[in-house]
Design a protein around this ligand. Structure first.
Ligand code: PGA
Length: 262
């Protein structure tokens, strides 16, 4: 029997890094390292810049790594200069989209309302969505963590909207803003407490099954050195990793450690 009921999901977020050549080099090195042990089914995705998606899909060859997009518009087409639609990404082989990463919230005006439209629109179009939530340092210090998580999750997943599609295609990434790119990781106890709160919120709002089948990943300075302890927590189903996903060696180490715990 698997030790983790939802398996382990390791996702990398390259952010605005790696053009075509670096993408090709990354996958060429990763392919040399990768060995999938028998009886192991790792769930692995890499969210790469839109311009590198096609190359990533080519360069990954047979590696069981899904290539995802870091953002997408909720409409299928139209007068939205500078945006990419989900059907355009699907043509490149994308099935996973990151929604409302804290950098989109912080720098590009993403709100709970636009996160709701994206989550709803993309799930309705058949995509897998990774919805990012998390509090700032000031919010944590003001004891607002749970209130913020509740607002972000209930704002994005509404009963007539995304809640209709909680069939396992939605993943939630809990990423405390103060832990992203700072080297400060939430302690396993802090992370587990937030994950437990999210799991309970999903249960209360959308029922036991929806809550049980939604993976909740932790993100924020995850490294090969701290991933195992985080994954021992019952409600942590994987990790969303920025910095440590940029080196094939450390990304592979994260995947390996994830497979060991799964
Ligand atoms: P980090 O980024 O691992 O570099 O902290 C995580 C993220 O932004 O998803």
């Amino acid at each position: 029997m698997a030790k983790k009921p939802r398996g382990v999901f390791i996702a990398g977020n390259w952010k605005m890094n790696f053009g075509l050549l670096e993408t090709k080099t990354f996958f060429s090195s990763l392919s040399k390292l990768w060995i999938t042990p028998k009886n192991s089914t790792p769930e692995v995705a890499l969210f790469v810049p839109a311009t590198s998606i096609a190359e990533a899909n080519r360069a990954r060859g047979a590696l069981p790594v899904r290539v995802g997009a870091q953002n997408a518009h909720w409409e299928m087409k139209g007068a939205f200069t500078g945006e990419l639609s989900a059907p355009m990404l699907a043509e490149l082989g994308v099935s996973d989209v990151l929604v409302a990463h804290s950098e989109r919230r912080q720098f590009f005006g993403e709100t709970d309302e636009s996160a709701r439209k994206r989550t709803e629109g993309l799930l309705a179009q058949g995509f897998r969505v990774m919805l990012c939530v998390g509090e700032t340092r000031a919010e944590r210090e003001a004891n607002q963590t749970e209130a913020v998580l509740q607002k972000q999750i209930k704002g994005a997943i509404t009963p007539g909207g995304a809640a209709q599609f909680l069939d396992g295609r939605l993943t939630i990434a809990y990423e405390p803003v103060w832990a992203i790119g700072t080297g400060l990781t939430a302690t396993p106890a802090e992370a587990e407490s937030a994950h437990q709160f999210i799991r309970r919120l999903l249960w209360d709002s959308f029922g036991m099954e929806a809550s049980a089948r939604t993976p909740i990943l932790y993100g924020g300075s995850v490294t090969p050195g701290n991933i195992e302890t985080l994954l021992t927590c019952p409600n942590i189903d994987g990790a969303l990793v920025g910095g440590a996903s940029l080196k094939p060696e450390s990304f592979w180490e994260l995947v390996q450690k994830g497979m060991r715990v799964a």
